[in-house]
Design a binder for this molecule. Sequence first.
Ligand SMILES: Cc1cc2nc3c(=O)[nH]c(=O)nc-3n(C[C@H](O)[C@H](O)[C@H](O)COP(=O)(O)OP(=O)(O)OC[C@H]3O[C@@H](n4cnc5c(N)ncnc54)[C@H](O)[C@@H]3O)c2cc1C
Length: 380
Amino acid sequence: MGLGALGCATLLALARKGYAVEGFEQYRVGNDIGASGGRTRQHRLIYGEGAAYTSLLQRASQLWQQLEQEQQTQLFWGGGFLTIGTPESAWFQAVENSAKQQDLPHERLSRAAINARFPRLNLDEDEEGLFDPAGGILLTHELLIASAQQAQQLGAEVHEHATVSEITANETGVDLRVNGEIRRFDRVIVTTGAWSKKLLPALPIASRRLGMSFHLGKESGFDSQAFPPTMRVTPGRAMWNTQPLPDGKNFKFFVGDAELNEQHDPQLVATEATDSLTPLLYQRIDQHVAEAVNGGHRTIVGGGTWPEAYTWDQAPLLGELATEPHVWIGIGLSGHGFKLAPALGELLAQAIAGEVDLARDWPLFSPARQFAEPQAVYSR
Ligand SMILES: Cc1cc2nc3c(=O)[nH]c(=O)nc-3n(C[C@H](O)[C@H](O)[C@H](O)COP(=O)(O)OP(=O)(O)OC[C@H]3O[C@@H](n4cnc5c(N)ncnc54)[C@H](O)[C@@H]3O)c2cc1C
């Protein structure tokens, strides 16, 4: 239940295995309200977050390529991904080590090389880049809609404007209250993102809103080949992402820093959100977009903030709950889960089919793992 990136991916993975499966979404599939809103998401294969993710990212790429063929629609725009930072910094080194250890194609680019190849990007004098040729951007709404459609073609049922308000599990199955009516299932998988604590209050997650702004390019040079998605992480400076938009003329900008990364009320979800973040966010965007991008308008022509569920170690919670029989979760994608979702959905389906033992093979994602004291999460 909850048909965002992970819910749609899980629905499709279960439908591919022949399960009789139903998906419930409180809004519509492909909505702009949940964490999967905002048109596009970055994809990269070289992953400083840990070697364990590489096989999942490779599998996710195969799965959306398969979906592109099945639904005859473009879901991914290639062109590469550029990590920006100072070469001696921990993040830059983690990304470079990941590329080397996993033997993934990559290019180390000097500032001068980046200026020549991607003239719309503006780096500080001491910064360099690491180019991942397998990176690019994913079209979020299209991907969710295509996944749900494919699942439906394989027999899945999709219920929109269907809000689950209660989950009651016992040894023989699970009752869901959907729009006030009780429905009984053998098992349920909860993929409700930042809303999850409403249903499962004990989950170790915090919800935060991340903001992105859309800008007009003044000149050409904003297509995904000339202006790849980037992530700039330099200690002591603002962390930012740039992304081309699929029209090839305009771009997206994300800025995070210590203040923006503050924890917010874990119960804060879209319907209850205040605008408290907005003035601060827009002030930061104003400050940084002009520094980071050459030939772009600072004026914000779209965008917003979207709620995301974070865990304290930024790895998702994936598996069956020890306390609630037959209740599985896929929650806490922590600001980097869109690109992983098809592979995580498949893992959940494989675990339900008994093909994978998540507790043994993926302890990284165990819902029962213990966390250190909650600390400020770092957004990507
Ligand atoms: C601004 C921003 C930028 C990001 N950038 C990147 C990026 O570049 N690359 C990347 O890989 N990841 C990125 N992420 C992370 C990624 O987008 C998320 O991890 C991912 O989309 C989360 O998907 P989800 O399915 O867990 O949650 P959601 O997409 O939020 O889906 C949850 C769904 O559950 C529904 N729901 C909730 N409660 C109920 C209920 N009771 N009954 C029925 N339905 C319910 C909601 O309406 C929603 O549709 C970013 C996230 C944000 C917010």
